[in-house]
Design a protein around this ligand. Structure first.
Ligand SMILES: [Zn+2]
Length: 330
């Protein structure tokens, strides 16, 4: 599932490629994938691409917004001449000149990022004046696009409840408060809850817990503030690293030859079960926590339900709820 860095990578691509060009045609191949009247998009232009957690938005020049959620398998792919927007014009422009061909894609990493389109995962096609096309592909069909007034966007329940952005410097006080409300939850479940912190999914939760040496099943009540802050900082750091490597885009997705894409090269534990922990050499294991496949180092992330992050990890407060938790098997 695309997580914050992947969705931000999509946003940056859209910002670069689709802003400013008039929309010439819209084809909806799966009606459930787009809520709203596609014909109302014709003649309009996108003026801004934004992201909140894993939710994307393309603001239109008529006060509406095309909101997008990639869910499990969504991706955006751009093919054709570059947009003739302000970025492509003028002497300071960088990259290929306006009118040059462009192929770009990001989101769920599969062959549709690099193959010929439309294919059987294509749900919506937006065509711009000049012939460039934006494809919304979504194999599993859980993703969606929705047209709505910009003034209503923040009232979408998903966005209204969403926790702070982990990449914002000021995220800690709100994140702390929301984490503390989930005292009985395993820490990993709390990190995955979008109303606690925005944008963290399975990959970045596992990586942040490993970096902070916290067992993923530890109840939140047993983790000190110091350790919670360390976790949040670690999540932001690994997201920044992934973003700097380009997230999961066509550029580091290579599968036609059977080679794994570079998009998970930064990972220390995710999908590395059986490989040595980069810190201590103990083999990484995979267990289930909060219903999700979870990767951890059994030596660096020992099971300590009665307190973690205190002085020598012995100062953590004892909590009745912690004793209800049992160590995960396997
Ligand atoms: Zn280790």
């Amino acid at each position: 599932m695309p997580e914050l860095p992947e969705v931000e990578t999509v946003r940056r691509g859209l910002e670069r490629l689709v802003i400013g060009s008039p929309i010439a045609a819209v084809a909806v191949l799966a009606p459930a994938s787009l809520r709203g009247d596609p014909a109302s998009l014709i003649g309009r232009r996108f003026v801004r691409a934004w992201r909140r957690g894993k939710v994307l938005g393309l603001d239109l020049d008529d006060g509406r917004c095309l909101v997008a959620h990639l869910k499990m398998t969504g991706q955006m792919v751009f093919r054709g001449p570059r947009a003739a927007g302000p970025r492509a014009a003028g002497p300071r422009a960088v990259g290929p000149p306006a009118g040059g061909a462009e192929a770009w894609g990001a989101g769920h990493p599969n062959d549709s990022l690099i193959g010929s389109l439309p294919d059987n995962s294509t749900r919506v096609i937006v065509e711009f004046a000049g012939g460039a096309r934006l494809y919304f592909n979504d194999q599993r069909k859980f993703g969606w696009l929705a047209l709505m007034p910009q003034s209503q966007v923040t009232a979408i329940p998903l966005l209204a409840k969403m926790g702070p952005e982990p990449l914002d410097a000021g995220a800690w006080p709100a994140a702390r408060e929301r984490l503390r409300r989930r005292r009985r939850s395993p820490i990993k479940a709390a990190l995955l809850d979008q109303s606690v912190v925005a944008g963290i999914g399975n990959i970045y939760a596992d990586e942040a817990l490993w970096a902070s040496r916290v067992h993923p099943a530890t109840p939140v009540a047993s983790v000190t503030d110091r350790k919670l802050k360390e976790l949040l900082t670690a999540a932001a750091a690994v997201m920044e690293l992934s973003l700097s490597l380009g997230g999961s885009t066509d550029r580091n997705y290579v599968d036609a030859e059977g080679r794994r894409g570079a998009y998970l090269d930064f990972a220390k534990v995710f999908r590395r079960q059986g490989q040595p922990c980069p810190r201590c050499g103990q083999p990484i294991i995979k267990i289930r926590v909060a219903g999700r496949g979870t990767h951890l180092c059994p030596r660096c992330q020992r099971w300590r339900p009665n307190g973690i992050g205190g002085k020598g990890d012995k100062g953590g407060r004892r909590d009745k709820s912690a004793r209800l938790e049992t160590p995960p098997r396997r």
